[in-house]
Design a protein around this ligand. Structure first.
Ligand code: PBG
Length: 338
């Protein structure tokens, strides 16, 4: 091995063409998935306070939104819905006239080429804001769970399968369960297949951490838990090997694509998942990653464009195939300018 002065790493850094030539990882518009928050009503385009530049949109806004995304060449969207009303089991979640079901149909009507992914979860739809069905805690579980309540994992599976099937009926391409109940990928796969939706893919939020970086999303999707937190079902931030077990299980249960979430504080998990599993790997650059750079940029402390591209490129370099990001549109524009 030659070393300095025979080898000078700076030689290949001294011009833009050279740097492009030896680049290892690059962000592309093909990798981007743009999240959308859908609300009932007419003509609604309401900016989310903690996420400047992101909006809650009514269904009539979708054709314009799709035209913009198609012009930018962004291949996929991820839909979240804010229901008209919430209840204990999140009934609107599996209603054929639910907000997400309407959204899927509207997008497929005006932009059939757009890949439509739906978040399958209960927290936006339940009055208690948890990602599953709550039940009275059995006596032998004292000291665990949420006060005298806990999440009924297996009862939740039945609801999640209904949600996934109703999204499939509406025409979704990919369902993305984000609830972190055990066994949900297998249950959803079986339910989809039983109804003839064998071509609907599952992107599983396989390793989803109980993260503080979801803060702004809970305003955007109105999904903050009304009691306790999600640490009884989302993953403990201290664990890495456990994430690999979660991913392995979801692949065994039939996940077509796997996800690591959040992205930027879990680059180690993305890297390890890339090395260990041969499935398309998606990373979710979550609301807090967006908001913290936005806020610092507003104060003049960080350069948004530079830092956002650095963050997204790091996620690619760590091994993600695709990235869910609120910067999707900006990133394409920035890449075009570069
Ligand atoms: C759950 C869900 C959440 C996010 C995506 N799906 C919130 C949570 O688990 O509390 C967060 C995404 C983000 O912060 O951008 N339905």
């Amino acid at each position: 091995m030659s070393s300095f002065p025979a080898y000078r790493p700076r030689r290949l850094r001294c011009g833009p063409g050279l740097r492009r030539l030896v680049r290892e990882a690059a962000l592309s518009r093909d990798d981007l998935i743009y999240p959308l928050f859908l609300v009932h009503g007419q003509g609604v385009r309401r900016e989310i306070l903690a996420m400047p530049g992101q909006y809650q949109l009514s269904i009539d806004q979708l054709p314009g939104e799709m035209a913009e995304l198609a012009a930018l060449g962004i291949p996929a969207v991820l839909l979240f819905g804010l229901p008209a009303s919430k209840d204990a089991v999140g009934s609107e979640n599996y209603d054929p006239e639910g907000i997400v079901q309407q959204g899927v149909r509207a997008i497929k009507a005006c932009a059939p080429e757009m890949v439509v992914i739906t978040d399958v979860c209960m927290c936006e739809y339940t009055d208690h804001g948890h990602c599953g069905i709550l039940c009275e805690k059995p006596a032998h579980c004292r000291g665990k769970g949420l006060g005298n309540l806990c999440l009924d994992n297996d009862a939740t599976l039945e609801y999640l399968t209904r949600v996934a099937v109703s999204h499939a009926e509406a025409g979704v391409d990919i369902v993305a369960p984000s609830d972190m109940m055990d066994g949900r990928v297998g249950a959803i796969r079986r339910a989809l297949d039983a109804q003839g939706y064998d071509c609907v893919a599952i992107l599983s939020y396989a390793s989803k951490y109980a993260s503080g970086f979801y803060g702004p999303f809970r305003e955007a999707a109105d999904s903050a838990p009304q009691l306790g937190d999600r640490s009884g079902y989302q993953m403990d931030i201290h664990n890495a090997r456990e994430a690999l077990r979660e991913i392995e299980l979801d692949i065994q249960e039939g996940a077509d694509m796997i996800m690591v979430k959040p992205a930027f504080s879990y680059l180690d998990i993305i890297h390890r998942a890339r090395q260990q599993f041969n499935r398309p790997l998606v990373a979710y650059s979550v609301s807090g990653e967006y908001s913290m750079i936005k806020a610092a940029a507003e104060k003049g402390w960080l350069d948004e464009r530079r830092c956002a591209l650095e963050l997204l490129t790091a996620i690619k370099r760590a091994g993600a195939d695709a990235i869910i990001t609120y910067w999707a549109k900006d990133a394409v524009r920035w890449l075009e300018e570069a």
